[in-house]
Design a protein around this ligand. Structure first.
Ligand code: TIU
Length: 228
């Protein structure tokens, strides 16, 4: 077992049964002209997540961990988009409307895909999800089970929306989740703080929280073949 110093206490995991989950690092959330911006958000708030997440991704690949990417989005005919989701609020463009990076939050469009900095490699599953959680309406659970995964290292955007929903769904299904505090991002600094606090509170009611350097500190020695 490998142990990471985390909040509320040590997080122990076996890299062979742990997946790095990268949630919705799509142009639609991280770049101008996409879904996140149509909702009125400053997408620059999420850019800080990219460099530490690139390092975690490179390290996870080097040690041979399972890596799973997710993308939020919908079929071109919107058959999997509840009207309640499309009609909610007063966005500048709605899901399915044409935008500068293609139709907003629609599979196959340029804006729907993962940013170049974190592009999946062949063999890394990409789970397309219609909702905020990664289990709802997807084969995410089957992908994890097929690989014998019992622990998740969770990263991506946004902290209080798709990351939180996924961690809550995973926790209820018996997965142990470590959320990397600098590798998850929110458009709202106060939600970032509260979202992370909620995960680790009450003895880790949803899971554990640690900065990426705490994970890298235990994975890098494994990489160099020295005892950790
Ligand atoms: N709006 C917002 O903060 N997030 C989402 O709509 N989806 C994800 O978090 N991926």
């Amino acid at each position: 077992m490998t142990t990471v110093e985390a909040d509320p206490g040590p997080f122990s995991f076996d890299p062979a049964t742990t997946a790095l989950v990268i949630i919705d690092m799509q142009r639609d959330f991280c770049e101008p002209g996409g879904f996140g911006e149509t909702l009125g958000n400053d997408v620059a708030q999420l850019r800080g997540v990219i460099p530490p997440l690139q390092e975690v991704l490179a390290t996870a690949r080097a040690v041979g961990m399972t890596i799973i990417h997710t993308r939020e989005g919908h079929e071109p005919d919107l058959s999997d988009c509840p009207p309640a989701k499309r009609n909610r609020g007063a966005p500048s463009l709605r899901i399915g409307d044409p935008g500068p990076k293609g139709r907003i939050l629609i599979r196959g469009e340029y804006g729907h895909d993962i940013i170049d900095e974190l592009a999946p490699r062949p063999g890394e599953p990409v789970v397309d999800k219609p909702g905020k959680g990664s289990f709802h309406g997807t084969r995410f659970g089957e992908e994890l089970a097929a690989r014998g995964i019992t622990s998740l290292i969770v990263t991506g955007v946004t902290t209080e929306v798709c990351v939180h929903t996924t961690v809550r769904e995973a926790n209820d299904r018996g997965y142990e989740c470590l959320v990397l505090s600098d590798c998850v991002g929110s458009y709202f600094p106060e939600f970032q703080r509260a979202g992370l606090a909620m995960i680790a509170a009450q003895g880790g009611i949803f899971g554990w929280v640690a900065p990426s350097r705490a994970l890298l500190a235990v994975l890098h020695p494994a990489l160099e073949g020295t005892p950790s």
